[in-house]
Design a protein. Structure first.
Length: 162
């Protein structure tokens, strides 16, 4: 796929919202396309990396080890199932800390990996790109948190009704 077709494809994703074609091209210069089979690990909890991932095709599951959070959760707790257009790895990217969860594919997947260190270099040279990308990540995280809150409220309402 040529770069213009690729930019047109990813321009629909929330993380790239409001970026110009040139700005997207700048970001994509530090990106790599990866292909994973079903049930392939992408990274593990405690891995050290700033890389950011975008799902181009497929699906991944985000899981945590309960020993760090709550012994009652069982083997591994599913935090989220993400698909086309979703990002992951954003927590380590933003915080500069180890990965807080495991990520593996649930089906054959095509993933865009953005080198976090190179992206931070781009941010230092272009504050507009930095502002837009960080704002978009914040909006994505706010939407996820709102969905968790709604799910939690719904679960608690059904418990109190019973």
């Amino acid at each position: 796929m040529d770069i213009n077709s690729f930019i047109e494809l990813v321009s629909r994703y929330k993380i790239f919202e409001d970026l110009t074609t040139q700005e997207m091209s700048t970001i994509l210069s530090c990106a790599e396309e990866l292909f994973f089979p079903k049930d392939a690990p992408i990274f593990h909890e405690s891995n050290l990396s700033l890389d950011l991932y975008i799902i181009l095709l497929g699906e991944v599951v985000i899981k945590i080890e309960p020993r760090h959070y709550n012994e009652l959760l069982g083997d591994k707790q599913i935090l989220a199932v993400l698909s086309k257009g979703d990002i992951f790895g954003e927590m380590a990217f933003l915080r500069g800390q180890k990965r807080s969860a495991h990520v593996k594919t649930t089906e054959k997947s095509h993933i865009l990996k953005i080198d976090g260190l190179q992206l931070y270099d781009i941010f230092e040279k272009n504050l507009r790109i930095a502002y837009i990308v960080i704002r978009n990540i914040a909006m994505i995280l706010a939407e996820r948190l709102e969905n968790i809150n709604l799910r939690w409220q719904s679960e608690n309402e059904s418990i109190s009704v019973s």
